[in-house]
Ligand binder design. Structure first.
Ligand code: AQP
Length: 327
């Protein structure tokens, strides 16, 4: 029996942080054994926020290198830049014609970003392009962090709506949301998600941060009043976030960590967290250092060629179903 298909993407919108890694990338790597995996640097999504063209070229390549350094093997997974596979945007247009404005108006990510003054049509229709990214490959599973759950719901609705109206085409995809790590919080405000666009650099640990920078950022992480190491998001969000990070990097259940460190001082506990992060990031840093730009570009172009031909097979069927056979 053929394997199920996994699809996910990452935006080249800045340096990749441990939230992106623990919530998504790390699972991308693990899923490569069990599924046909397709991963994408979603550069068209990133254009929904103004980008400097020269810096953007660099950011796209950096994102590709980071994904490979984190363990995605482009000879096992299909890995490419979204903009190089035009079937994504063609399908996005067709799905857009099935999308109710009401459902886009409810998207919290759009509301948050437009509150920051960044509203544009691309940002508004972002979830439709994301649905096309997933459905163009007939993906069954989508590993993402918690912040993408609402977008994934729209993808499922659009798959069902298309299938009802035009006949069965798309599997209705399911999210793979990790039980732990789906929402790593800011080190400076443990009630907001760790985010690439947070102006405070101390809020996030980057995958390429030097060990000393990691130690500093963890050392300065906001902790909670009182003492003691407890896992309680209400009363101790800062410590709970650090516990979650330690648990994921050390592959040790949170409960076990709480038992072992309950009476530790915050300072001592933070040192443990910092060393676990430093150790966890070391192989990624060294893999990144060994990657050559030209090799990665070549792999990405090969990935785009393969993705175009596999997406086209499905898109032919979509065109036939909607009455766009091109005679
Ligand atoms: N804090 C997080 N915890 C867990 N998972 C996270 N993801 C993002 N932040 C966290 C997951 O990372 C994947 C790639 O994200 P993206 O590149 O699409 O960008 P994003 O979700 O917009 O990430 P950021 O860092 O929060 O960027 P900005 O600041 O631009 O909004 C996704 O699967 C996401 O769920």
């Amino acid at each position: 029996m053929s394997k199920q298909v996994v699809f996910s993407g990452i935006q080249p919108t800045g340096d990749i942080h441990i939230g992106n890694y623990l919530g998504a990338l790390r699972n991308w790597v693990r899923l490569q054994d069990e599924y046909d995996t397709i991963y994408c640097v979603v550069d068209l999504h990133a254009l929904t926020v103004a980008q400097d063209p020269a810096e953007f070229e660099t950011a796209r390549l950096e994102a590709a290198k980071m994904v490979i350094a984190a363990g995605v093997d482009p000879t096992t997974s299909l890995f490419y830049y979204q903009s190089q596979v035009p079937q994504h945007t063609e399908l996005s247009w067709i799905l857009g014609t099935l999308t109710q404005l009401g459902s886009l108006n409810r998207m919290t990510q759009f509301k948050d970003k437009s509150d920051q003054g960044a509203a544009n049509l691309g940002l508004y229709s972002y979830p439709v392009l994301m649905a096309a990214d997933i459905l163009i490959h007939h993906a069954h599973k989508v590993p993402v962090g918690d912040d993408q759950v609402q977008h994934l719901e729209l993808t499922r609705d659009l798959a069902e709506r298309f299938n009802r109206r035009f006949g069965d085409e798309f599997p209705v995809p399911e999210g793979i949301i990790p039980e732990h790590g789906a929402r790593i919080m800011s080190l400076q405000d443990p009630t907001s998600k760790m985010s690439k666009s947070d102006p405070n650099q101390g809020s996030r640990i980057l995958l390429l941060d030097d060990p000393d920078v990691v130690r500093k950022k963890v050392g300065r992480a906001v902790t909670d009043s009182g003492t003691g190491i407890e896992y309680n998001w209400e009363s101790k969000p800062g410590i709970s976030n650090l516990l979650e990070i330690l648990s994921l990097f050390s592959e040790t259940p949170v409960e076990k960590l709480v038992d072992a460190h309950a009476d530790k001082q915050y300072g001592e506990f933070k040192q443990l967290v910092a060393e676990a992060v430093v150790d966890g990031l070391a192989p990624i840093r060294s893999a990144y250092a060994s990657l050559e730009d030209e090799d990665v570009s070549r792999l990405m172009h090969k990935g785009a060629l393969d993705a175009r031909s596999s997406a086209e097979k499905f898109q032919v069927s979509v065109r036939q179903k909607v009455g766009l056979t091109g005679h």
